[in-house]
Write a protein that binds this ligand. Structure first.
Ligand SMILES: NC(=O)c1ccc[n+]([C@@H]2O[C@H](COP(=O)([O-])OP(=O)(O)OC[C@H]3O[C@@H](n4cnc5c(N)ncnc54)[C@H](OP(=O)(O)O)[C@@H]3O)[C@@H](O)[C@H]2O)c1
Length: 253
C-alpha cells in the first residue's frame, strides 16, 4: 500500500487544476495530474515540487477514463481524493463566437440562442464527464480510509442566485451556468447516495479567476481560486453535500 495519500485532479495541466495539484503535492500528497493531452500533463507534472505523475484522462472518453482508473489501481491501489476540475465554458473557440465583446460572446450561450450541439458538448465535459470519472473512481475511493470528492462548480450555477433580479451574473446565465447547476444537482445526489459509505462529495466555486476558460477576463489569481478546493481536498472528515465559495462561505444552491 502506498504511504502518501493519493489525489487525482482532472484537467490539471493548467489553470485552477494545476494550482490545486501543486498545492496538494506541497502538502505531501501524491498527485495524479489528469490531462487529456499526456504531453501537457507531463510538462505540468515536471513543474510540480513533490510527487506528481501525469495521467492521460479525457473526461469525455470512457476508454480513457477506464484506462486511467486501471492505472491508478495497478500503481497506487486506491484513491483518497478526486477533484473533478476539468471544464469548458463553451465548445466554440472564443474568436468564432458571435459578438465582439466578452459579454456579447458569453451571452451567446443563453438558453434561447445556444445550439443543442454546443449545449451537449458543454454538458458532456462538465456534467457527464465529472460523473463518469466519479463512477470509475468509486471502487478506488472505497479503498481509502477517508475518501473525498471535490466538484469544481461555479457560483454562476446557483439557481437561487440567478433567480435574484439584482444578481450580476444573471444576464449571462446560459449553457455553462446550466451545466454547473446540473453539476450541483449531481453533487447533492452523489453526497446523498454515498453518505452511508462515508464518501464525502462537496462542490466549490473558485470565483471569477483569470484563466483560458474566460479568455483571462477573470479578476482573481489561480491561487485564490483554488483555495476552497484545496481546503476540502485536504480535509479528512468534515461535511458532505456543501457548496462553498473561495473563502469557504456557503453559496445557496
Ligand atoms: N476561471 C474561472 O473564473 C472559473 C469560475 C468558476 C468555475 N471554474 C471552473 O474551474 C475549472 C477549471 O477551469 P479553469 O478556469 O482553470 O480553466 P482552464 O485553464 O481552461 O482549464 C480547464 C482544464 O480542463 C481541461 N479539460 C477541458 N476539457 C477536458 C476534457 N474533455 N477532458 C479532460 N480535461 C479537459 C483543460 O484541458 P486542455 O488544456 O486540454 O484544454 C484544462 O486542463 C472548470 O471546471 C471551470 O468551469 C472556473
Amino acid at each position: 500500500m502506498h504511504d502518501n495519500q493519493i489525489a487525482l485532479i482532472t484537467g490539471a495541466n493548467k489553470g485552477i487544476g494545476l494550482t490545486i495539484a501543486k498545492n496538494l503535492a506541497e502538502h505531501g500528497l501524491t498527485v495524479l495530474v489528469g490531462s487529456r493531452d499526456l504531453a501537457n500533463g507531463e510538462t505540468a507534472a515536471q513543474g510540480i515540487d513533490g510527487d506528481a505523475h501525469a495521467i492521460q484522462l479525457d473526461v469525455t472518453d470512457q476508454a480513457s477514463i477506464t484506462a486511467a482508473a486501471d492505472r491508478v489501481r495497478d500503481e497506487f491501489g486506491r484513491l483518497d481524493v478526486l477533484v473533478n476540475n476539468a471544464g469548458i465554458s463553451h465548445a466554440t473557440p472564443w474568436e468564432e463566437m458571435p459578438g465582439n465583446t466578452f459579454e456579447e460572446r458569453a451571452q451567446s450561450g443563453q438558453l434561447s440562442k445556444v445550439s443543442l450541439d454546443e449545449l451537449r458538448e458543454i454538458f458532456d465535459t462538465n456534467v457527464f464527464g465529472a460523473l463518469a470519472v466519479t463512477h470509475a473512481a468509486l471502487p478506488l475511493l472505497r479503498e481509502s480510509p477517508s475518501p473525498r470528492v471535490v466538484m469544481v462548480s461555479s457560483g454562476v450555477g446557483s439557481l437561487a442566485n440567478a433567480s435574484q433580479p439584482g444578481n450580476r451574473y444573471r444576464a449571462m446565465f446560459g449553457a455553462y451556468s446550466a451545466s454547473k447547476a446540473a453539476m450541483n444537482a449531481i453533487t447533492v445526489g452523489l453526497a446523498i447516495s454515498l453518505e452511508s459509505e462515508g464518501i464525502r462529495v462537496n462542490a466549490i466555486s473558485p470565483g471569477f479567476v483569470a484563466t483560458d476558460l474566460n479568455n483571462h477576463r477573470g479578476v482573481l489569481p489561480v491561487e485564490e481560486g483554488g483555495k476552497d478546493a484545496i481546503r476540502l481536498a485536504l480535509q479528512e472528515g468534515g461535511p458532505t453535500g456543501t457548496f462553498t465559495d473561495q473563502d469557504g462561505e456557503t453559496i445557496p444552491w
